[in-house]
Design a protein around this ligand. Structure first.
Ligand SMILES: NC(=O)c1ccc[n+]([C@@H]2O[C@H](COP(=O)([O-])OP(=O)(O)OC[C@H]3O[C@@H](n4cnc5c(N)ncnc54)[C@H](OP(=O)(O)O)[C@@H]3O)[C@@H](O)[C@H]2O)c1
Length: 330
């Protein structure tokens, strides 16, 4: 991926990354390693995002020009019992980040969000322009992430016509990257399946929920690319091409692992397809997690992005190869 557009940006203040120890956060650490501009990475220990005053202190201390927020309360089932904490981290903290960036000339906020803001109102992939919710049909995690999106948009709508920001070249911007089924350096579905496949000779996996697996490495690269390019603010459905069910993804992952020489107990035919209703969880998951990525493709091509847009299969294949090499049993 090329960062040429980013190099042109006058970054006089640091990039501040929240969520440095998460899957996307770790990928951002690798992605931004060779950057000429200063980058500060914060984890929960350095700045607890449920503590408003800690966040304000960090913003005042580092005075970033660009914020990349990869932190989130992501324990989807646990969130049902901790709505206040989920909202504090996923909705209130992004509002404060937006309020800060809204006052910075050429400031940029990149924020990651989720398909959980949609409540199965559509059979086809969702567009950025589709209605979210209805809120009362979203799980607490989905509601809190939607709260984050809406907070950011409210703040930027307010400043859009502000008197002292008439010079549009200096207008601060936001990018909300909605993604799904993330995997990277951390716990995720693919790692869990490969671990189980090394221990068991049968498994039941949900087959009636469909989405798009998204690589944390790629999500980090897209976030950085948008932060540096001349793209207008907005929401972007940030998923690779293709779609698959959890059952299909489990089969793909173990076939890929076998192709890289991993001896597994579980064979693809030993994975039984079950409906989601037979695997009840505290928080309901969407049946349709598919999001249309045409808007993102268009801006990447307008930015003269030369890389080929990925399909989830190639990315998952590379990921499985990597973790087989690292030993899936460790
Ligand atoms: N994972 C998915 O399948 C998925 C799907 C769709 C969208 N997303 C979105 O993509 C983004 C990145 O997800 P991810 O998979 O990288 O998540 P992740 O691996 O769970 O990482 C989230 C990070 O947020 C940090 N965090 C949680 N509470 C915090 C707090 N109070 N203060 C400061 N930091 C806190 C966590 O810190 P600790 O390391 O200390 O726990 C963790 O490092 C999130 O916005 C998420 O909502 C994820």
């Amino acid at each position: 991926m090329s960062y040429s557009s980013f190099d042109l940006l006058d970054v006089s203040r640091p990039i501040l990354v929240f969520g440095k120890d998460g899957q996307v956060g770790r990928a951002l650490q690798s992605c931004l390693k060779s950057f000429k501009v200063p980058v500060v990475f914060l984890g929960r220990d350095e700045c607890d995002l449920s503590d408003e005053s800690a966040l304000i202190v960090a913003l005042n201390q580092y005075q970033p020009q660009i914020i990349i927020n990869a932190a989130a309360y992501t324990a989807v089932d646990q969130a049902e019992g901790e709505p206040d904490l989920a909202f504090a981290i996923n909705a209130k903290a992004p509002r404060l980040m937006a309020q800060y960036i809204a006052g910075v000339s050429r400031g940029v906020l990149v924020h990651y969000s989720t398909d959980y803001v949609f409540a199965d109102t559509k059979k086809a992939p969702y567009l950025e322009t589709d209605s979210v919710g209805p809120v009362d049909q979203l799980c607490v995690y989905g509601q809190s992430k939607l709260g984050g999106e809406q907070s950011i948009e409210e703040v930027f709508n307010l400043i859009r016509d502000s008197e002292n920001l008439k010079d549009t070249n200096h207008l601060p911007k936001y990018f909300i990257l909605r993604t799904s089924w993330v995997y990277g350096d951390g716990s995720n579905f693919i790692r869990t399946i490969l671990k189980l496949a090394s221990e068991r000779d049968s498994l039941k996996v949900v087959a009636d929920q469909v989405g798009v697996p998204s690589s944390a490495t790629w999500l980090a690269e897209i976030g950085v690319q948008l932060a540096g390019g001349g793209v207008a603010s907005g929401i972007f459905h940030t998923v690779p091409d293709g779609e698959v069910s959890w059952h299909g993804l489990a089969i793909f992952a173990i076939e890929a692992a076998a192709s890289y020489g991993e001896g597994l107990e579980l064979k693809p035919e030993d994975i039984q397809a079950i409906p989601a209703k037979d695997y009840p969880l505290s928080a309901a998951r969407p049946y349709n997690s598919r999001m249309n990525n045409q808007k993102l493709k268009k801006v990447l091509s307008d930015m003269a992005f030369t890389g080929q847009y990925p399909h989830w299969r190639e990315q998952v294949d590379c990921y499985v190869e990597k973790i087989v090499k690292e030993s899936i049993k460790s």
